[in-house]
Structure formats: structure tokens, C-alpha cells
Write a protein that binds this ligand. Structure first.
Ligand SMILES: C[S@@+](CC[C@H](N)C(=O)[O-])C[C@H]1O[C@@H](n2cnc3c(N)ncnc32)[C@H](O)[C@@H]1O
Length: 264
């Protein structure tokens, strides 16, 4: 295993999540917040050799110049099997009652709730992320949402602050991206409300490190894993910037929660 990079309260590993997670067993993490490669639509061999930019970025978008990423080429059975393995390894790195939050899309939603449970998590629900700027599809329902499936490592302790969280969030996709499937940091701030301030969050597929940025900006600690060197380097840079800026948002647990999130 490569020596991790430490940036303040963040520890970042470059390598394969399946190889690294077993070394983190018993770490007592408070949450797994991750955005795996979706392997969306990988039914046929021709689908499975597609570059991620042609899958996830429209042909007219500047995002076409961003780097490709690994691991997005499994058919649905292989995806489920692989994801059950990493989600079980992630569970073993968590404390009892830890919260798992895993991103997915409409195609992989049934497979994702299956793999979460196969990995040993207690599946508790689905939080839609609604994108008001999604591309309309003539004569069809617009694929406007991605989803966060969430669950816990066994029983879920009562929230001591008695805070209630929304059942969905509305937020545009980020405009300035360094990763093809980069998530909005504002959305991750909102999801982190379920994790105690000061808690430790692991993201085994951190891409450009958005979950790490959100953790440092809101006073959580972070452990990230990324396979591709180019994305790992981007994550180190973004998390380093966040660390230099310090905690920006310390939401009081009893503050009213927003459903409509605006980009910074
Ligand atoms: C969907 S992207 C995450 C994007 C991230 N949420 C962001 O905002 O930038 C998934 C990432 O997982 C990485 N990945 C794929 N297979 C992996 C593996 N086996 N271990 C660790 N990282 C992996 C990919 O290189 C990719 O950057």
C-alpha cells in the first residue's frame, strides 16, 4: 500500500479501494459517503469500452476535455458483485450505527440498493438529487435526478439534536469541474448534516475529492481513496486549498435545513 498523503484532518490513499479498505478495518469511521463509478448502461461489450466522457458529458460540453476515469466498465452483475465486496469492506471499517451514503443513477438504482444490502448495510432510503438544469428530452420524461441510497451499520442511534433532514435536494451540477462526474460541494455539505461535526468520513472513490472538501469546510475529518493518479493529484490540490481556508460553515445542528441549494 502506498504511503498516504496527510493534509490536516484528511488522509488520502492512492490505490484500489478493494485493496486499501481491508487495511482500515476497525477504524470506527462515522460515515461512508461515496460516488462510485456507476457503470451505467454497461449491458453490452460495446457499452463497456466507452470512454467516460462520451458516456457522461454531452458532445458540445467543455467537459469533453476532462480526463477519463477508471472502473466504469462493468456489466450489471459484475457491478453488483464488485460493489457488494467494497461496501462490505467499508462497513467493517465503520463504527456501529455509521451512515452509508452512496450515489447512483436511475439505471443502477435497483442494483445499488441490492449491493448495499449484500454488503451488510441496513438500507434505509433514497435521497433524490434533483438537477434543475438537466437537459430536457423531447417526448420523454427528463432524467433529472441522481440518487443517494442511504443506510446504516446496524441500528441507527437516535439523533441527540432531534434534527430532521429533507427527503430530497435540488442543486445544479457544478459548472467549473475538474472531474467528469464531479458532485456539487453544496450538496455534500447538506448530506454531511447526518454526520456529527468532528466525525470521520471515508470516501473510497473520491475522484477530485469533493467529499473531502465538504468535510474540511464543515469541520469533519476525511479519509479518501482514489485509483487514478491524475484525479488523486487534483483531490490533493483541492483538499489542500480547503484546508488552508479552514472551516467555512459550522452549521448548528438545529438550523433549518435547505432543500434548494445554490452554488457558491
Ligand atoms: C464517480 S467518480 C467520483 C467523483 C467525485 N465524487 C468528485 O466529485 O470528483 C469515481 C472515481 O472512482 C475512481 N475509481 C474507480 N475504481 C476505483 C477503485 N477500484 N479504487 C479507487 N478508486 C477508483 C475513478 O477513477 C473515479 O475518479
Amino acid at each position: 500500500m502506498n504511503t498516504p498523503v496527510t493534509i490536516g484532518p484528511a488522509t488520502l490513499y492512492r490505490g484500489d479501494a478493494l485493496a486499501i479498505l481491508p487495511h482500515l478495518e476497525g477504524s470506527g469511521f462515522d460515515s461512508v459517503l461515496t460516488d462510485t463509478p456507476y457503470s451505467s448502461g454497461g449491458q453490452f461489450r460495446s457499452d463497456r469500452v466507452l470512454d467516460t466522457r462520451s458516456k457522461y458529458v454531452s458532445s458540445s460540453s467543455a467537459g469533453r476535455n476532462l480526463p477519463d476515469f477508471s472502473g466504469d466498465n462493468r456489466d450489471q452483475r459484475a457491478f453488483c458483485y464488485w460493489a457488494a465486496l467494497w461496501s462490505a469492506a467499508a462497513l467493517h471499517a465503520c463504527r456501529p450505527g455509521a451512515v452509508g451514503m452512496f450515489f447512483t443513477d436511475w439505471r443502477q438504482l435497483p442494483a445499488s440498493t441490492d449491493y448495499m444490502q449484500a454488503g451488510g448495510w441496513v438500507w434505509r432510503g433514497i435521497v433524490p438529487w434533483c438537477k434543475p438544469d438537466a437537459r430536457p428530452q423531447l417526448g420523454r420524461f427528463t432524467a433529472q435526478c441522481e440518487y443517494v441510497i442511504w443506510g446504516t451499520a446496524g441500528a441507527m442511534p437516535a439523533n441527540p439534536a432531534g434534527m430532521a433532514l429533507p427527503g430530497f435536494y435540488e442543486c445544479p451540477a457544478p459548472r467549473d469541474r475538474v472531474h467528469v462526474t464531479q458532485k456539487p460541494v453544496e450538496l455534500l455539505h447538506a448530506l454531511l448534516r447526518v454526520v456529527p461535526v468532528g466525525g470521520v468520513v471515508v470516501d473510497p472513490f473520491m475522484g477530485s475529492g469533493t467529499a473531502g472538501v465538504a468535510c474540511l469546510q464543515t469541520g469533519r475529518r476525511f479519509v479518501g481513496i482514489e485509483l487514478d493518479p491524475v484525479h488523486f493529484d487534483n483531490a490533493c490540490e483541492r483538499i489542500n486549498d480547503a484546508h488552508r481556508q479552514g472551516v467555512l460553515f459550522a452549521p448548528a445542528n438545529d438550523a433549518p435545513e435547505q432543500v434548494r441549494l445554490t452554488l457558491e
